[in-house]
Design a protein around this ligand. Structure first.
Ligand code: NAP
Ligand code: GCO
Length: 265
């Protein structure tokens, strides 16, 4: 039973994984036996990431690549295949958010979010699928969001991207399932990373950020998630244990999507 959750001999590429959720997922896949490859936009971040992996006893392979640049992505995949091996598991994790009221957001800012959070997973997946088909299968895991299902003020571009990513996940599953490629999503709830740090900043009087208190009230688990909460779901979706799971978004949200929220005192 345990062996179906192992990833020995597999090459896993996790995008944007110098820190945050991507780093936690990469650690989990490494602990299950995978060889870890990651990218980031800047060399100093790749170097920082390599040092972080090394401190965890993980010999990772790091490359500089902007996931929105199709030529750079195709070159990255070719280099990885030559230097490490064919990619068995792709985790489309790299992502940005811009919290701006929609009527104040420029089209350029909207496009920037769509480019990283939706176009890049398309570019990355398109780049790895041909070799996965030749190899007889593979796994693609797209990091979706609560905003794949819900909206809220100031995150129109992000919600549009993550909603689209949910459907891109389902379409890859539909189009490539016959090649033994499973494409699923992980939908994290509110996770304590640099991306959500502004939502948890203490107020001048030392009190919790109103949004922080809001999320605690909206989460049955009554806490923010931490990146390691995503480790088990990621190993499951990357391993043989999920070979008949396809087109599914696995929400790892402490129950937010199931809960109306705690009545304010
Ligand atoms: P994060 O702390 O902001 O990390 C994002 C990572 O993506 C960074 O390493 C960043 O590198 C990289 N990145 C951004 N744009 C890139 C590009 N064009 N090319 C390559 N790498 C790029 O975010 P996180 O909280 O770990 O989130 C990771 C993923 O989970 C994102 O897709 C996010 O939308 C999603 N998510 C987060 C939460 C949450 O509550 N934190 C919940 C649901 C979903 P730089 O530092 O160089 O920008
Ligand atoms: C926000 C947050 C969320 C989380 C996550 C929730 O501003 O509402 O950043 O978008 O990042 O996506 O699942």
């Amino acid at each position: 039973m345990e062996s179906m959750f192992r990833l020995d001999g597999k090459v896993a590429l996790i995008t944007g994984a110098s820190y945050g959720i991507g780093f936690a997922i990469a650690k989990a896949l490494a602990n299950a036996g995978a060889t870890i490859v990651f990218n980031d936009i800047k060399q100093e971040l790749v170097d920082k990431g390599l040092a972080s992996y090394e401190s965890e006893g993980i010999k990772a392979h790091g490359y500089v690549c902007d996931v929105t640049d199709e030529n750079a992505v195709n070159a990255l995949v070719a280099t990885i295949e030559k230097e490490v091996g064919v990619i068995d598991v792709l985790v489309n994790n790299a992502g940005i958010i811009k919290r701006i009221p929609m009527h104040e957001m420029s089209a350029k800012e909207f496009r920037q979010v769509i480019d990283v959070d939706l176009n890049a997973p398309f570019i990355m997946s398109k780049a790895v699928i041909p070799s996965m088909i030749k190899k007889g299968g593979g796994k693609i895991i797209n990091i979706c969001s609560m905003m794949s299902e819900l909206g809220r003020e100031t995150v129109s571009a992000y919600a549009a991207a993550k909603g689209g990513l949910k459907m891109l996940t389902r379409n890859i599953a539909s189009e490539y399932g016959e090649y033994n490629i499973q494409c699923n999503g992980i939908g994290p709830g509110y996770i304590a990373t640099p991306q959500t740090a502004p939502l948890r900043e203490l107020q001048a009087d030392g009190s919790r950020h109103p949004f922080d208190s809001f999320i605690i009230a909206k989460t049955p688990a009554a806490r923010w998630g931490n990146p390691d909460d995503l480790a088990g779901p990621a190993v499951f979706l990357a391993s043989d244990a999920s070979n008949f799971v396809n087109g599914h978004i696995l929400y790892v949200d402490g129950g937010i999507l199931a809960y109306i929220g705690k009545q304010p005192k």
